[in-house]
Design a protein around this ligand. Structure first.
Ligand SMILES: Nc1ncnc2c1ncn2[C@@H]1O[C@H](COP(=O)(O)OP(=O)(O)OP(=O)(O)O)[C@@H](O)[C@H]1O
Length: 299
């Protein structure tokens, strides 16, 4: 069951919100969909789900067009959260589960098991408005997956959650992927994408500017990070040939270098200086790549 986008474009008046986007997301894949504010992510999600008409291009899942309202195989966690505050968690989920083709006892059984897993079994009969924002987020997540969708779109799923709950939701997302769900995942937190996604796309002003496997993207970026820790003042390295950027830390520095070879010349330059506790060459982070490709030019 592959999700395919071919040359998809969405125009609002004269503004191209999504510009000639092509993607392929196979079964059991977690795909990172990134971009600054206003890059076109939500617009793309809405087109995939059939909630918004595209201006041009083709979108298909398993060879067919998606009708989110009618499909029981799709799950969507939108960025703007929307639960009914006056309903209890159980009433809310029964309502949403029925829309997704489930019967009441099926919903209650699944809900019990998810609330247990998320360590909040006492929420079953609580009104949504009585829950904290982060806990409402867990309930909204459950509402997106209770019917075991085969395609799941998660827009910023971890926003507003504390680190313990982020880990809990991450594990749940990985389990769903391993059971065969294709997941499209958008986040402004690059470390989450690095941890969860093998393939990704970075959108900038509606256009894909980086696309492919995380490993290849990192390798082809060329630049590396050099982590140096020690008591010396390393500021003199700012002007060293091949140094792209320099970040000072209390116990050393992290330097972005043009390529691996620069680490050798820096290593030589450090000979005879103070005691070096750490000298480590790392692949660039996704954050480095994102900033380079998208810059600070948010909407
Ligand atoms: N209904 C609409 N009418 C006109 N312009 C729109 C509409 N919806 C979105 N846009 C514009 O399309 C562009 C992409 O918006 P979109 O919401 O898809 O961005 P996004 O990547 O999801 O951003 P964010 O990370 O801030 O949520 C923006 O310039 C936005 O102003």
């Amino acid at each position: 069951m592959t999700l395919v986008l071919k040359n998809v474009t969405k125009q609002f008046g004269s503004h191209k919100a999504v510009d000639n986007l092509s993607l392929e997301i196979p079964e059991s894949e977690m795909f990172g969909f990134l971009g600054g504010n206003g890059a076109g992510k939500t617009t793309t999600f809405r087109m995939i789900l059939g909630l918004l008409d595209r201006t041009d291009g083709e979108i298909s899942w398993n060879g067919e067009r998606i009708n989110y309202g009618k499909s029981h195989l799709i799950g969507y966690l939108p960025e703007e959260r929307g639960l009914y505050p006056k309903l209890t968690v159980k009433e809310q989920l029964i309502y949403l589960g029925k829309l997704r083709g489930m019967n009441k006892s099926g919903v209650v059984k699944e809900l019990e098991s998810w609330l247990e897993r998320f360590k909040v079994p006492e929420y079953m009969n609580k009104k949504v408005e009585e829950l904290s924002k982060g806990n409402q987020q867990k309930i909204q997540f459950i509402s997106a997956i209770i019917h075991k969708p085969k395609l799941l779109i998660l827009d910023e799923p971890f926003s507003g959650l504390d680190p313990v709950n982020v880990e809990m939701l991450k594990e749940a997302v990985v389990d769903l992927k391993e059971k065969g769900t294709s997941i499209v995942f958008s986040s402004h937190r690059m470390e989450h994408v690095e941890e969860l996604c093998e393939h990704l796309c970075i959108l900038h002003k509606g256009k894909p500017v980086v696309q492919g496997s995380l490993r290849d993207i990192k390798r082809s970026f060329g630049r590396k990070n050099l982590i140096i820790r020690g008591d010396e003042d390393f500021a003199f390295l700012k002007d060293h040939p091949g140094v792209v950027s320099y970040k000072k830390y209390m116990d050393g520095c992290t330097i972005q270098i043009e390529n691996e070879d620069v680490s050798q010349t820096i290593f030589s330059a450090l000979q005879g200086k103070g005691f070096i506790r750490k000298f480590e060459l790392e692949e660039p982070s996704l954050n480095d790549i994102f900033i380079e490709k998208v810059g600070a030019s948010y909407e």
